[in-house]
Design a protein around this ligand. Structure first.
Ligand code: SF4
Length: 398
């Protein structure tokens, strides 16, 4: 297969740790869940990009820096608001300390967030360098910010990430690197290394080429390891752990490489099917309402309570519902008729009873009828012919 994208230091590391995980991420394109520590790192990187992003000194003030930090804050991946607030405050403290340490030695970098793309033995590689400074002798200083809890003191000396950055920057800027650094933000400690040797550059090139060769040869075997698999987002898709997720995916598939794709296809089919049924249900509902009104109308015109088809029968019950929307007017009519004392409260059934009283003066009845609204509630029941009549709903047990 072709490389789906240029290799980066982090994607090579992922492939080295577990080719199957790389396959899920970069071939299948299944995104990993947002992680709070990545969000925290991105937020601090973005704030420092703002701080060093001016064309000439002075740098932005502390208030401006903190405003930029707040507006660029990446909120995804935190467990809850409390955890997010804790990290936000920690980041703020780091930036305040960083500002006080560096506002006096501030100089405009050669480049911040420098993206490079290059070829290593024909393999496309890419990277993004947090900061590149030009030293007085014209050579380069490469700086990568780290926001994790700990960082080994000697890591800068032989970390392949810095070797790759050295290679990318030297090609892009046409100058040698004099210094490669990890800047550990939580402790404000800069861990420097001299330029990585040609042997390290050659080792990096070999690593890049071998990784590309393995990918092109479709080598994506899982490389399980307890610590890594415990936190791997692809565990439910991974063939190593398939037995632990018997119902979550289309497990009829033997080839785990098809699982993610099948899951997406299945989901799309279900969404479409649901939409189609919903649309049909909507149409059927409208047709049912029309048929009910037509049957009820014909039964009423014929004076029938039931009618038969070949397979179904329909029966209808009717109930009259009287309402008196203009309550003060009805009360006034009742008082004028001298009947106010005869009713306990002028509810609709009581007034209707009053109207049915033969002793009521016809003129009063006519006025009350004029002040009323009559609704007919039609209940239509359709059952298969010969089926026992539907039971009335049972009252709840006391
Ligand atoms: S669960 Fe383990 S073996 Fe499977 S893809 Fe993730 S890291 Fe690799």
């Amino acid at each position: 297969m072709q490389l789906p994208r240029p290799l980066s230091h982090s994607s090579i590391s992922m492939y080295t740790e577990c080719p199957k995980r790389w396959w899920f991420r970069y071939v299948e394109g299944v995104p990993e869940k947002p992680k709070h520590y990545f969000s925290f790192g991105r937020s601090l990187h973005s704030a420092l990009e703002f701080f060093y992003g001016v064309n000439s000194p002075p740098p932005p003030g502390l208030e401006e820096l903190l405003r930029a930090y707040k507006s660029r804050w990446v909120a995804e991946g935190y467990r809850d608001k409390t955890q997010e607030t804790t990290y936000f405050e920690e980041g703020k403290s780091i930036l305040i300390a960083f500002y006080h340490k560096h506002c006096s030695d501030f100089s405009v970098p050669l480049k911040v967030e420098h993206s490079f793309q290059t070829l290593i033995e024909g393999v496309p590689v890419t990277g993004k360098v947090d900061r590149v400074d030009r030293l007085p002798d014209g050579r380069l200083a490469v700086i990568d910010y780290k926001t994790g809890k700990e960082l080994a003191k000697d890591r800068a000396a032989d970390d392949p990430q810095l070797t790759m950055y050295q290679l990318g920057c030297e090609r892009d800027f046409g100058a040698l690197c004099a210094r490669l650094s990890f800047y550990h933000l939580p402790t404000l400690e800069m861990m420097d290394s001299a330029r990585h040797s040609e042997a390290k550059v050659e080792a990096l090139k070999r690593r890049v080429v071998e990784t590309a060769q393995s990918i092109r040869a479709n080598r994506f075997d899982p490389r399980p390891e307890e610590r890594k698999c415990l936190w791997c987002d692809y565990k439910p898709l991974c063939p190593v752990f398939r037995h632990q997720f018997p119902t979550s995916l289309a497990l009829a598939e033997d080839d785990a490489q098809d699982v993610a794709r099948d899951c997406d296809d299945k989901l799309a089919q279900l969404v479409d099917r649901y939409g189609e049924l919903q649309s049909r249900a909507h149409d059927l509902d409208a047709e049912l309402r029309e048929l009910k009104a037509a049957i009820a109308g014909l039964l009423k015109r014929k004076g029938y309570a039931r009618a038969f088809g070949k397979r179904f029968e329909a029966s209808v019950t009717r109930e009259e519902k009287w309402e008196f929307p203009d309550r003060p007017k009805v009360l006034d009519l009742i008082k004028k008729a001298g009947l106010y004392e005869s009713i306990l409260r002028p509810s609709a059934p009581v007034v209707r009873e009053l109207m049915n009283d033969p002793a009521l003066d016809p003129s009063h009845r006519a006025r009350l009828e004029a002040a009323s609204e009559l609704t007919e509630i039609v209940e239509l029941t359709v059952t298969p012919v010969g089926a026992p009549p539907a039971k009335p709903p049972e009252a709840d047990a006391p």
